[in-house]
Design a protein around this ligand. Structure first.
Ligand code: B12
Ligand code: SF4
Length: 467
């Protein structure tokens, strides 16, 4: 099914494979345009960019495409790469940004514009706020680069860049080629990246939660790659690292949305002997066979957005996949198969009350959730939820959109009580005795380490840090 060439390395791209017309000698162009791809860090004081971060799959994808014709250098400020003050070496400065680092990204963009460079801004924030982002760059790239690349590449070659690149339709993912990780691995700081290798099998999520950016960026679409290509990419990493047991982290929005594709993927992965984790929605995790096959295929951790234990909250955010009656079954199925759970819980919704905190504490402790993660609900710009909440928002500085800031006063609990309970819950769940209760008998791995770090971190937490 797969050629030996594609098995042994990342398939090389060739100029001829793109749909646009280029001068015959691509290598000439390559010496003309130099691109600097920039992954800025975030200024938030919370644990967002701390610990080891994963390789930036977004910019690796941009580099893989741009590297066909242009000279590409990738710098990642999160691992200590320096972003130059002077961009004279480069023609194009292309920056990725989420909301929490948008202001930093904009400052880099302004600096590069002042030096007369072509500046591209891409990523979720410039997509959702493209008019705002346009003030800080030459072109905004809306959504995924793959779907608009041919046009962008041709315009770059002809020096006729437009102010906005937005694909009319999303490209099929079936034959999406493998990203070329060498762009990220070239950095002398690459050793600081997490050992979990980012990988993608699907994109999009039709669930449509109103606080999430995915429905706006990808609509109701759900696309997936040919399973053989996912396996090829896994083999590439195995060969690169010289061992079968590699750790993968799926970056998919919702990898299990199509049960048939998901189970076929897992069955195929069973022979690969890898370890993996993924974000997953609860839509069919209550079926015991799914947990069994996930474990057999090497899953050691599932990240599940439980979001809330309050049924009124679940209703208002449109999280139809989350049925409270299934919560314990889902956890039980995974635990029976030794799959650990990273559980996401959000607070600060209008329907939240002090009861929400108690219910969450009870659920976590009774079900021995290994790695609970708590955040404050954050209406991200561009989402329907943001428009609804705008008149009540307390902050418009994007660096505060890190899900660790108190954004608005909920209707059923005061802001003060919200933060008091939010801190108390974290301290209680991560106090030594509670950690022992949740983690007893579980394998001694990084999840223990994460609990240890959270125990230290939450020990000093105060409500004021969330203001
Ligand atoms: C996997 C994931 C994570 C993982 C890994 C993150 C990582 N290392 O990148 C983990 C769990 C660590 C994580 C953490 C967080 N995440 Co997260 N995460 C995601 C998720 C599901 C997928 C991201 C991904 O890698 N996709 C695959 C890559 C290939 O696609 P991409 O990033 O969209 O990039 C493409 C395009 O955007 C474009 N592009 C991107 N940059 C550029 C730049 C240029 C120049 C060009 C031309 C194109 C371009 O082309 C790329 C290739 O197709 C997204 C949802 C989403 N679909 O974006 C949320 C998402 C990014 N996360 C979000 C949040 C809030 C967080 C946290 C704050 C949560 C928390 N409380 O800790 C932290 C912040 C981490 C940080 N420092 O940024 C929000 C961000 C919202 C916003 N407006 O900023 C999102 C959008 C989910 C949501 N709620 O809507 N996350
Ligand atoms: S299930 Fe997750 S990815 Fe899908 S819309 Fe809701 S929050 Fe976004």
């Amino acid at each position: 099914m797969h050629s030996e060439t594609s098995r042994s390395r990342v398939p090389a791209f060739c100029c001829n494979s793109v749909g646009t017309e280029f001068p015959e000698n691509c290598s000439e162009i390559k010496t003309v345009k130099k691109w600097l791809l920039v992954q800025p860090k975030s200024s938030t004081s919370m644990m967002v960019d701390s610990g080891s971060v994963s390789m930036p799959l977004n910019l690796i994808m941009v580099a893989t495409l741009a590297g066909r014709l242009f000279d590409v250098t990738l710098v990642d400020e999160r691992i200590g790469d320096r972003i130059p003050e002077d961009f004279s070496e480069y023609d194009v400065v292309a920056i990725t940004s989420r909301t929490l680092n948008a202001e930093i990204a904009y400052r880099i963009g302004d600096r590069a514009l002042a030096q007369k460079k072509i500046v591209l801004l891409g990523g979720v924030h410039p997509t959702m706020m493209h008019d705002e982002a346009a003030q800080h760059c030459t072109s905004v790239v809306y959504g995924e680069v793959e779907s608009i690349w041919d046009e962008l590449e041709a315009d770059m070659v002809n020096d006729q860049v437009k102010s906005l690149y937005r694909a009319k339709e999303l490209r099929s993912m079936i034959s999406m080629r493998s990203p070329d990780f060498s762009y990220a691995l070239k950095s002398k700081n690459a050793g600081k990246y997490s050992s979990r290798i980012p990988i993608l099998a699907t994109k999009g999520c039709p669930v449509g939660c109103n606080f999430c950016t995915t429905p706006t960026v990808y609509g109701k679409s759900y696309r997936y790659r040919e399973i053989g290509l996912v396996l090829d990419e896994i083999r590439y990493h195995q060969e690169r690292l010289g061992r079968k047991r590699v750790n993968l982290s799926f970056m998919d929005d919702n990898i299990s949305f199509r049960p048939q594709y998901f189970t076929e993927l897992l069955e195929a992965m069973e022979k690969m002997k890898v370890r993996w984790n993924a974000n997953i929605s609860m839509n069919f995790l209550h079926k015991p066979e799914i947990a069994r096959i996930a474990a057999r295929s090497g899953c050691d951790l599932m990240s599940i957005g439980f979001e809330s234990l309050n049924p009124d909250v679940l209703r208002t955010v449109n999280k139809g996949a989350n049925r409270l009656k299934n919560y314990s079954t889902v956890v039980g199925n995974l635990h029976k198969n030794n799959v650990a759970i990273q559980g996401y819980f959000m607070f600060g919704f209008d329907d939240d009350s002090e009861k929400s905190f108690q219910a969450t504490y009870d659920f976590i402790m009774e079900n021995r959730i290994e790695f609970p993660v708590f955040s404050l609900v954050t209406p991200f710009p561009g989402t329907p939820y943001y428009e609804e909440m705008k008149p009540r928002l307390r902050h418009f500085e994007w660096e505060k959109y890190d899900t660790y800031h108190y954004m608005f006063e909920p209707r059923k609990i005061s802001g003060e009580k919200l933060l008091e309970n939010f801190v108390k819950l974290q301290k209680e769940v991560y106090r030594a005795k509670a950690v022992m209760h949740r983690m007893r008998g579980k394998p001694l791995n990084w999840v223990w380490m994460a609990n240890f770090m959270m125990n230290r971190f939450t020990g000093g937490l105060k409500p004021e840090v969330y203001l």
